[in-house]
Design a protein around this ligand. Structure first.
Ligand code: FES
Length: 158
């Protein structure tokens, strides 16, 4: 480049066009990039009161029964031939609340994952089973209490 060329001003129209082209390309790239990002659910803080006392007694839980405690603490209380157990209602795929389908198990309305009555995955995209929670019978009435912060092996029953 000669010194004269360096002193020549860049035509305004050309400069404006170049600026617009660059700005448009950047905006389009940002929009496309934003669209391809997978939304990430904000991390929830741990429940400050993880012990959830239900109004149901130990004797009231019979095999095949499932009670919905999604509002109390995002869990289900259930019983099978081996005893009483609790499952988190939080889908292991992306955290939606699963719905009870009675003795046949649980289904997730978000991406159609399915779990059997014991919380094992029967249909993806979820890959992990529902977490089993600790259940205790407390007080003189044997009311069932679930610790939603706990994780117990899936074979544990009360
Ligand atoms: S969040 Fe349940 S299947 Fe995706």
């Amino acid at each position: 480049m000669t010194p004269e060329q360096l002193l020549d001003p860049v035509p305004v129209a050309s400069s404006r066009r170049a600026f617009c082209a660059t700005a448009c390309a950047l905006l389009a790239g940002t929009a496309l990039h934003g669209r391809t990002q997978t939304p990430v659910a904000p991390e929830k803080p741990p429940d400050p009161q993880p012990l959830k006392l239900t109004e149901v007694t130990r004797d009231e839980m019979k095999p095949g029964k499932v009670l919905d405690y999604r509002k109390l603490g995002a869990f289900y209380l259930a019983a099978d031939d081996r005893g009483i157990f609790a499952l988190t209602a939080i889908c292991t795929h992306r955290g939606c609340l699963v719905l009870s389908e009675g003795p046949s198990g649980f289904g997730c309305p978000c991406h159609d994952s399915a779990y059997n009555f014991q919380g094992e995955v029967t249909e993806g995209p979820a890959k992990l089973p529902l977490r089993h929670l600790e259940v205790k019978a407390v007080g003189s009435r044997d009311l069932l209490q679930v610790d939603v912060s706990s994780t117990v092996p899936p074979e544990v029953r009360l």
